[in-house]
Design a protein around this ligand. Structure first.
Ligand SMILES: Cc1ncc(COP(=O)(O)O)c(C=O)c1O
Length: 457
């Protein structure tokens, strides 16, 4: 059969609430034109993020009843520890309430003033945690990987020559860790090849620097390797993932993505000394080392989610359903970041709205329009999230790309929901000349996109 179907049937449903266009206009205005400020109940199709929005399986919900809530030595922790250890090979598994808590612990130990931490592209929380420690976060993506219309199999790859240059210049004295994010969320969820993971690891090793994966979407990345990289077609996703992790000294993980849970994360490392330091921080900021920031039932669901995420029927459906949205938008002429990545479609807002300059935030303008027209909540990933205005000189520094991310929650929406999204984007595209830019009237110095208030121009 050619049709790829959802590899599950639906047992429990959550009704959607329909609103009128007039209601949505008022709701958006009240929220300061910031989609993070809207009540989820006022959203019809929520594509804000794929993080923590997963529909858990009956097995996971059942497992939650079995979750062991012991303060110390919970059997749910040992189950998670074993699964993570089998999957990654890392010796020390430090549970945290989500990915950024693992990042905070890691950079609290390794970061600090004068330090430099390279990555293919840092996610916003990773960058924020590094900068909070006083260190500098550097993105090293080959320039051609950021061209949205350019098709290539592994546009998430690290720029190896730029990394070598950086390592040569600063060495281990200034560079405590080399990171690599799989898949590369901030570059449209593009995968990283096994060859690139291996070579990045080798480079870091040559300079005696630990190499860490940001492994939030390790399974989606592993499946792309299986589909696209010579020599991997006949390997299982578990084998590919294991090889990916084998090159690293540790990882940070948000279980809210490829852990198939609504909350959870971990820091995993091989180094005994680093693990001890991390547990010392954990016990002060998150909790005792056998629960970290999580309830026993969260640990249990997370452990079971890690089994389900590497099932190939699931990954086939997952990657195909993202491509389905991307292909339909492309057929309509909508400019998207090509090829479709692992968890989302990224609309190229700069090409969609060429009449809106970066400092008038084309991505934010488009995201607002998608909400008003169709009740769809998306996320600006452009100059609102990554741009900066220097407070002294007033000079505006735009982001590399102006994108709107349509992130697809795992196992939540059906094909007809996606068809509705295609129809809505197509309608907005036809009227794109009429869309106007936005101005920021209030912002916080860190992660401003969460709370900024906008005014339509
Ligand atoms: C690549 C990447 N790293 C880290 C994080 C942070 O994870 P969390 O939201 O669980 O703190 C995210 C979340 O979206 C992410 O996409």
């Amino acid at each position: 059969m050619k049709t790829i179907i959802e590899p599950f049937k639906i047992k429990s449903v959550e009704p959607l609430r329909f609103t009128s266009r007039r209601q949505r206009e008022a709701i958006l205005k009240n929220a300061g034109y910031n989609l993070f400020g809207i009540h989820a109940d006022d959203v019809l199709i929520d594509l804000l993020t794929d993080s923590g929005t997963t529909a858990m399986s009956a097995r996971q919900w059942g497992g939650m009843i079995e979750g062991d809530e012991a303060y110390a030595g919970s059997k749910s922790f040992y189950l998670l520890e074993k699964k993570v250890n089998d999957l990654t090979g890392f010796r020390h598994i430090i549970p945290t309430h989500q990915g950024r808590a693992a990042e905070r612990i890691l950079f609290n130990i390794t970061g600090g003033t004068g330090k430099i931490i390279p990555n293919n592209t840092h996610f916003d929380t990773t960058r924020a945690n590094i900068e909070e420690s006083g260190a500098k976060a550097i993105d090293l993506l080959p320039p051609e990987a950021t061209v949205p219309s350019r098709h290539s199999d592994f546009k998430g790859n690290m720029d190896l020559s730029a990394l070598k240059e950086l390592l040569e210049k600063y060495g281990p004295e200034r560079i405590p860790v080399v990171m690599l994010t799989v898949t590369n969320n901030s570059n449209a969820g593009q995968p990283v090849s096994m060859e690139n993971i291996h070579q990045t690891a080798e480079l870091a090793k040559n300079y005696g620097i630990p190499f860490f994966l940001d492994a939030c979407r390790f399974a989606e990345n592993a499946y792309f390797i299986k589909l696209r990289e010579p020599g991997y077609a006949n390997k299982s996703v578990a084998q590919i993932a294991r090889e990916m992790f084998s090159y690293a000294d540790g990882c940070t993980m948000s279980g809210k993505k490829d852990g198939l849970v609504n909350m959870g994360g971990f820091l995993a490392v091989n180094d005994d000394d680093l693990a001890q330091k991390a547990r010392n921080i954990l016990v002060v900021t998150e909790g005792f080392p056998t629960y970290g920031g999580l309830a026993g039932h969260d640990l249990q669901a997370f452990a079971l989610g890690l089994d389900e995420v590497i099932e190939e029927d699931y990954l086939k459906y997952r990657i195909r359903s993202i491509a389905y949205l991307g292909e339909h938008l492309t057929e309509l002429g909508v400019p998207i970041f090509q090829p479709p990545g692992g968890h989302a479609i990224y609309i190229d807002a700069a090409a969609f709205l060429p009449h809106i300059p970066a400092h008038e935030f084309p991505g934010q303008a488009l995201a607002c329009k998608l909400y008003i027209d169709g009740g769809i909540r998306s996320c600006e990933i452009g100059s609102v999230m990554f741009g900066k205005t220097d407070s002294a000189s007033g000079i505006f520094e735009p982001a590399t790309l102006e994108m709107v991310r349509l992130a697809i929650p795992r196992r939540v929406y059906t094909k007809s929901h996606i068809d509705y999204v295609v129809e809505c984007v197509a309608g907005v595209f036809r009227k794109r000349e009429k869309i106007k830019g936005m101005q920021i009237v209030y912002e916080q110095p860190v992660l401003r996109h969460f709370t900024a208030i906008f005014k339509p121009l």
